[in-house]
Design a protein around this ligand. Structure first.
Ligand code: G3I
Length: 336
């Protein structure tokens, strides 16, 4: 029996004059209830894990596209756009990338060659199907007085690894939109560092089309709305487009490590709905610069938040519940 309530409006139809709406998916989401939700509500997809370095090139020059292809084929068959996530990141990148046969760190030249090879191969494989790529992910440091995160990429190549990645990406697929993607980059300190970095790169002529605001938020952040507005305006002032790339709104703030809540309360669900309502009204207001909004998952049945920041603690950050029904958060997004 279908889980879809025919009387419920389609999210993507409701937002057709604003921006595409999407979700991060795993290969098994293209069957069962999640498939029905995807087909009714979304028109842009991203692979939650299967286009990352460790998935696409687990061993040197052994490219594996099976899982990613399954997701991309599903998107193409159903008239959806496909984002690519992600080419260069410190996480989910197999160790071989940074080491030689003896287990020593490779030189800058070797790592640049490997970076170029990876970007070129993967973008070529998905050319014409993936329209936008997170070229570099999470390169900004969280700690206050340091701009770039310490990673093997930075350590071995140096600060220009970011511009090199974007240049290789533009050469590989001149048609694809190229994004810099990060979390907490609407918060003032990280915003400032990101703004400075992007401004400098753009002045140098580095090909960057947009910035991804991941939007892993929670229901208790009282500064969120002001921060968000401010961030959108600042990034837009650089001439960049903005995509909301990984949205979910956790029931817990980062510091809240409670494990005894086994069901969201009515108050939590209402609070979450108010946050979703408000951020979507801000997105609509800035529809001229926001070119896509994607959730990081489909329903509360499974989400990365079930294991972060507390392992094995259930969270309910999405707009469909554990039984795939529309939550109040869904209703508030489509009621305008
Ligand atoms: O698939 C295996 C499974 O076979 C195994 O039994 C299980 C045991 O732990 O692990 C499963 O793999 C997990 C995988 O997610 C699939 O669920 C990995 O351990 C786990 O590390 C991995 O986490 C992913 C995380 O990135 C890793 O960095 C999350 O799914 C994914 O949602 C998350 O996504 C990131 C974005 O790429 C970048 N921005 C932040 C965002 C959230 O962390």
């Amino acid at each position: 029996m279908s889980i879809i309530n025919k009387n419920i409006i389609s999210l993507r139809d409701k937002y057709k004059d604003y921006f595409p709406i999407g979700a991060a998916i795993r290969p098994d989401d293209i069957n069962g209830p999640h498939k029905e939700i995807l087909l009714k509500h979304y028109n842009v997809l991203v692979a939650e894990n299967h286009m990352k370095f460790e998935s696409t090139q687990p061993k040197e020059n052994e490219f594996t596209y099976e899982a990613g292809d399954k997701i991309v084929d599903f998107a193409m068959d159903n008239n959806m756009k496909m984002r690519g996530h992600t080419l260069i990141w410190h996480n989910q990148t197999t160790e071989w990338v940074f080491l030689d046969n003896q287990g020593d760190k490779v030189s800058r030249e070797v790592l640049l060659e490997r970076m170029k090879n990876h970007i070129t191969e993967v973008m070529n494989h998905y050319k014409g199907r993936v329209y936008a790529w997170d070229v570099v992910n999470e390169a900004i440091e969280d700690i206050e007085d340091k701009q770039l995160r310490t990673t093997e990429w930075l350590d071995i190549i140096g600060e220009d690894y970011i511009e090199k990645a974007f240049q290789y990406a533009r050469e590989a697929d001149p048609e694809a939109l190229l994004f810099y993607n990060d979390y907490n980059n609407e918060q003032p300190k990280k915003l400032e560092k990101t703004y400075e970095l992007l401004k400098k790169l753009l002045e140098q002529g580095v090909p960057i089309d947009g910035v991804g605001i991941q939007a892993h938020w929670d229901i208790n952040d009282v500064h969120l709305f002001d921060n968000l507005r401010n961030a959108i305006e600042k990034y837009a002032s650089l001439g960049l487009q903005i995509q909301i790339t990984e949205m979910d709104i956790s029931m817990f703030s980062f510091e809240d490590k409670r494990k005894d809540i086994i069901k969201p309360t009515k108050e939590m669900l209402e609070k979450q709905a108010r946050v979703y309502e408000k951020v979507f009204s801000i997105f609509r207001e800035y529809k001229n610069v926001i070119t896509a909004v994607l959730f990081w998952g489909i329903s509360d049945e499974k989400t990365w938040k079930d294991n972060f920041p507390v392992k094995n603690r259930k969270d309910w950050p999405l707009i469909f519940d554990e039984n795939h029904k529309e939550k109040l958060s869904f209703t508030k997004i489509v009621e305008f």
